[in-house]
Design a binder for this molecule. Structure first.
Ligand code: UD1
Ligand code: CA
Length: 474
């Protein structure tokens, strides 16, 4: 059986009160429309058509892919009109058309497959996937006759008192045989909303004598349509819970499932422990046996196995290799790589810094545009001066170097293998291997100076006191 999929995503999404098109709002890090497209891909359709509207440029820019056809609905004249806009791109298509809503990101391919099997088995011409909604007000009601035959779908605004009591509602997933598509031409405008409703295809098909069905399968959460921020939140919470349960099932320990946020693109190895208030975002990959302490945010990064990420650390676009330790209070900016067994301690900031195997920068440092070799020890307060106000330059610190505390390395500069930089130095020239470089003034010690100063201050204070008394005595 040939199938094609049309995803309706041209609505204005007014209820979101947003400058961003509704379908680009993210649920667990993935734009809603992206999730729906991914689901359509899993169904192995012959063609996927996405109907976009006012924001089509932005949507295409975000989601364009060679296997997706975009069609424009210039004005949002309703879901029926949106499907009509897709018809041209389906010319010659014979088979079943699957229609999905771009604002229902949680519907699974599995459920749609099951629905499609029922549609085919029962030889329906138009089928609707329905579900029981606890609060049906946001959805179209499925109206059946006494025998259970579906008669129509009625939106809240158009429903009478009896219809309002119906809890079986339209999920926005339809299967429509291609030969019924011409019915769209005859759908009448809904006067209350000024839109052409796709839902009216059910009554139209029935009138023509075609078989119409509604299959009530799956759980309510899966079919949630997102129209408001509150619904976006609910959808996100539902998906997040499912993701956490999935990783827990694969052997990840969460100390507080409620306070952890995981994006759909994240993977986590077994025996990893995640403390409360942790955010794992984007395409982050975490190995096994790793520990992530509280208040950590990791975005688009690869963390190895048996790594320790200590409290309040931020890691973006970086790689942390096995058994490394990072934090607490570390900031790892994009393009950094922390080697196996390396240690990055508190209040250390890295930017495009490659830290070699076993190297250490344990306290209060800024290492930017730096390549730091194996077993280097970077002392507290070290700074790579990578920016001269105009350009960025690189600092190279070769294997086994010792950088004394409070040193500044003015890039471009190379510290040769095994060299030693004395504490408090400002290094502006390359240092050859195994050399000692120092750039601080020699220490002067003046015996008794402090005592003399103390005596002087005391004397001054006494004289001042006498002067004050004199004034009052006048
Ligand atoms: C729609 C259904 C309702 C169903 C619900 C499921 C209609 C009339 N109502 O209601 O029965 O229970 O979905 O979530 O179909 N869109 C367009 N062009 C338009 C208008 C909408 O492409 O002119 C797209 C939207 O971007 C959205 C989808 O169609 O992705 C649904 O539109 P929306 O306005 O959210 O419909 P609902 O009121 O939720
Ligand atoms: Ca909706």
């Amino acid at each position: 059986m040939n199938t094609a999929c049309v995803i309706l995503a041209a609505g204005l999404g007014k209820r979101m009160n947003s400058n961003l098109p509704k379908v680009l709002h993210k649920v667990c890090g993935i734009p809603m429309l992206q999730s729906v497209i991914d689901t359509a891909r899993k169904l192995k359709n012959d063609k996927i058509v996405v109907v976009t509207g006012k924001h089509d440029e932005l949507i295409k820019k975000t989601l364009a892919s060679p296997d997706i056809f975009f069609v424009l609905q210039e004005e949002p004249k309703g879901t029926g009109h949106a499907l009509l806009c897709a018809r041209q791109s389906l010319k010659g298509f014979q088979g079943v058309l699957i229609v999905l809503n771009g604002d229902s990101p949680l519907v699974s391919a599995e459920t749609i497959r099951k629905f499609l099997r029922m549609h085919l088995k029962n030889k329906s011409a138009v089928s609707v996937l329905s579900f029981q909604a606890e609060n049906p007000d946001d959805y179209g009601r499925i109206v059946r006759d006494a025998s259970g035959q579906v008669l129509s779908i009625v939106e809240q605004k158009d429903a009478d008192a009896m219809q309002k009591k119906i809890h079986e509602v339209n999920s926005g997933v339809y299967a429509i045989n291609h030969d019924l598509l011409p019915l769209l031409d005859n759908i009448k405008i809904n006067r209350k909303k000024g839109e052409y409703y796709l839902t009216d295809i059910v009554a139209a098909a029935l009138k023509k004598g075609s078989k119409t069905s509604a299959y009530c399968i799956g759980a309510e959460d899966e079919f949630m349509g997102v129209n408001t921020r509150e619904e976006l939140y609910r959808a996100s919470m539902f998906m997040k819970k499912k993701l956490i349960e999935k990783w827990a099932g694969k052997g990840v320990t969460f100390l507080d499932m409620d306070s952890v946020f995981i994006h759909a693109g994240v993977t986590i190895g077994n025996d990893t422990t995640v403390y409360p208030n942790v955010y794992l975002e984007g395409h982050t990959k975490i190995g096994s046996g790793t520990t992530i302490f509280p208040n950590v945010r990791i975005l688009d990064s690869e963390i190895g196995s048996n790594v320790v990420i200590k409290d309040s650390t931020v890691i973006e676009g970086s790689t942390i290799k096995n058994r490394a330790s990072v934090g607490p209070f570390a900031r790892i900016r994009p393009g950094s790589e922390i080697g196996t067994d390396a240690r990055i301690g508190n209040f250390v900031e890295l930017k495009k810094a490659v830290i070699g195997t076993g190297a250490k920068a344990s306290h209060l440092s800024y290492l930017g545009d730096a390549r730091i070799g194996r077993d280097v020890n970077v002392g507290a307060g070290t700074i790579t001066c990578n920016y001269d106000g105009n350009r960025k330059s690189v600092t190279i610190i070769e294997e086994g170097v010792f950088i004394g505390s409070d040193s500044q390395l003015v890039a471009p500069v190379t510290i040769g293998r095994g060299a030693f930089i004395g504490a408090g130095s400002t290094i502006t020239k390359n240092v050859p291997p195994f050399a000692l470089a120092l750039s601080r003034v020699e220490q002067r010690t003046i015996k008794g100076w402090a005592k003399k100063r103390q005596d002087m201050v005391r004397e001054e204070t006494r004289n001042k006191g006498k002067g004050q008394k004199g004034k009052h005595g006048k």
